[in-house]
Write a protein that binds this ligand. Sequence first.
Ligand code: PMP
Length: 306
Amino acid sequence: MLRAMLTYIDGTFVEDEHATVNVRSRALNYGLGCFGGIRGYLSDDGEQVFVFRLDAHIERLEESAKILYMQLPGSQAEVCDIVLDLLRRNNVHEDIYVRPLVINNSNLLAPVLREEDSSFICYCMPLKRYIDKDAIDVCVSSWRRVRDNAIPSRTKPTGGYLNSALARREAMDNGFDEAIFLTEDGVVSEGSAEHVFLVRRGVVYSPPSTKDNLDGITRRSLIEMVTEDLGLSFVERDIGRTELYVADELFLCGTGAQVTPVRSVDRRLLGDGTVGPITAKIQSHFDDVVHGRVPHRNDWLTPVWG
Ligand code: PMP
């Protein structure tokens, strides 16, 4: 059972059950909001919780808010402090997921975006695995990724997740674990909540963030790790659908998914169906970084305690 948690809402910390919005809220009726998703990892000695790339997540949230005519309740540093305060008040000593949320909390009719209607909410929950499998079977969705110039997919817009939810539902109804979206132009965009990386002939590829996908923080971090720490070749370019089928290795990544190996795409087995060596190396290095075992990457970690 989930333990009772405190949630931050517009300047106060309240019990989860009291952190509610009105049924008339524009956020609920029209999907007017944007959010983040941040992870904290319990250190190996169990003494510390490291929040991964807190600054980058709050920076992206502010950018999402700006695009959607919303605003944060203070500077990026102040919002980072709210996140840390939340984790301390909840006495977090475990792997944790944090969800900061900016919503349009006006209860009036019509979808209207106004900075002054912004409410800031932040809650957290213990989280181990978002995808509870060692390797997954994915499909290419029949749903196209919503274009950045329709519902800005560079941001994490609340309403935009209808697109993700439709793709996930279709994937699951058809016996897959996850879906990969193509853009309206037919190139690989991203998963329902993850970015896509492909390995072919020793080179790592990922489509650019201009392909209607989120400005991803795990993706950005992995590109640095892959090139600088692991010395692998990385190329950012369009990826065609059929390249997915002939990849030697494929993995999805994200704050929730971390590094999740893909076993098959549209029932085409990749490699010999086991986790490939490059994916395994990246996955293990990512795990080391987020747990504070790679000293030169510790500036990506914000300790909650001490
Ligand atoms: N794409 C989408 C649509 C997502 O919701 C997420 C999860 N935040 C990602 C990609 C992964 O992004 P990040 O690494 O910043 O969590």
